[in-house]
Design a protein around this ligand. Structure first.
Ligand code: NAI
Ligand code: MG
Length: 369
């Protein structure tokens, strides 16, 4: 029995998660598995009603589960950033979900790449460090500005020699990683490669320019590669962006620092077939992980039965894979493939079905694939 915390959230999050749950129920009927689902009311509606984002109570509740199945958050009535920081980022830090995983496989004919390109990539992105720690500032050294450059930089714990007596305006953002942070992430990458039978890990960086930061990254990945006996390939992020479009079939497990991973996984989503099929997991290897479609709450189509539920259904697959039942993950993927072959799809993928009808079709295929 797997205990799943279900957080449908806002907008189409509600609609697509209902279809993912349908598929989980279909699995229970077909295979030897059972889920106990607890619904949590977290999102913009509650925030507008009570001012609560992610409360201590929520955290205690979530902690009692094996995984979190999440729809989306986002509401035009709430200022950008509030829900993201207060719910998503907060969940990520609370549960130390330090790996973001996003599979990218060719969903023909929905990939914009050539038909014959078959690829199956697992992007793993370090989720807590690098340039996304919020260690930055913007300031001016000119008249009337009280903070001086040297003190600001000192506060940010860096020492540089720079001409400080200038009227210019400055801004900086620090990319910082810890040995522990890279080691635990690299461990996860090589373990994943081993589990999935991939013969190498591709580690992305920009070590030719950001030599300190990514120099350490390279050194640690090299050590871990020897430790695990799995080959390692280094790629510069710019070359990687090109290679992903030209020859995605060359890659298996792709390990990225936080910021480059943010960008490359969007390329990964697009070459696979776009937002309608892109799923993501925020993994806490020894804690509670969270699985969600990559898309947001799509207020433009919410409540109209137009949302494509496949990304949410593939997020459920990712969740089940991570709970250790890859056999069931394969079932879900086959059912989705069958829906595509039969054109049981929503309009964004060229079909004529509603969200619910698409979910029904995929749930039905679970028992016959
Ligand atoms: P979005 O992903 O919600 O929508 C972008 C475009 O793609 C829209 O035209 C939408 O109709 C379409 N779309 C998205 N998912 C679809 C689906 N399943 N089926 C068919 N069409 C789909 O991104 P947008 O519009 O930038 O953001 C809307 C709200 O969602 C904002 O409040 C934003 O902050 C939030 N958001 C939340 C995320 C999360 O919860 N992880 C991720 C991205 C955005
Ligand atoms: Mg992004």
């Amino acid at each position: 029995m797997y205990k799943i915390a279900v957080v449908p959230g806002d907008g189409i999050g509600q609609e697509v998660i209902a279809e993912g749950v349908k598929v989980l129920n279909a699995l229970e009927e077909t295979a030897d598995v059972s889920f106990s689902l607890d619904y949590l009311d977290i999102g913009s509606e509650r925030y507008l009603r009570t001012g609560e984002l992610l409360t201590e109570n929520d955290i205690d509740d979530l902690r009692k589960h094996d995984a979190i199945y999440f729809g989306a958050i986002g509401d035009p009535r709430v200022a950008p950033g509030i829900l993201e920081k207060g719910i998503l980022i907060s969940m990520r830090t609370t549960f130390d979900q330090y790996v973001n995983t996003r599979p990218s496989k060719a969903w023909h004919p929905y990939t914009p790449l050539k038909e014959e390109k078959d690829f199956d990539i697992i992007f793993l992105r370090e989720n807590t460090e690098d340039f996304y720690m919020g260690a930055g500032s913007r300031f001016s050294n000119g008249k009337g500005v009280s903070l001086d450059l040297k003190r600001k930089l000192y506060d940010a714990k860096i020492t540089v020699s720079m001409e400080a007596n200038t009227d210019d305006e400055f801004a900086f953002e620090i990319g910082m990683m810890s040995r522990k942070g890279i080691e635990r992430f690299a461990d996860y990458c090589f373990k994943t490669a081993k589990d999935l039978g991939k013969d190498k890990v591709t580690a992305v960086d920009k070590a030719n320019v950001c030599t300190s930061l990514y120099g350490m990254w390279r050194e640690i990945f090299k050590q871990k590669s020897q430790e695990y006996g799995i080959a390692l390939e280094h790629m510069y992020v710019d070359a990687m962006a090109m290679a992903l479009v030209r020859a995605p079939e060359r890659f298996g497990v792709v390990a990225c620092p936080n910021m480059f991973g943010d960008i490359l996984t969007d390329i990964g989503a697009e070459i696979m077939g776009g937002l309608g099929v892109a799923a993501s997991g925020n993994i806490s290897p020894s804690g509670v992980s969270m699985f969600e479609p990559v898309h947001g709450s799509a207020p433009d189509i919410a409540g109209q039965g137009k949302a494509n539920p496949i990304a949410a259904i593939l997020a459920a697959k990712l969740m089940i894979d991570n709970l250790g039942r890859r056999d069931l993950g394969i079932l879900i993927e086959k059912a989705v493939r069958k829906a595509m072959d039969n054109k049981d799809l929503t309009a964004d993928m060229g079909g004529h079905l509603s969200t619910k009808q698409t979910g029904d079709a995929i749930a039905k295929y679970i028992s016959i694939v």
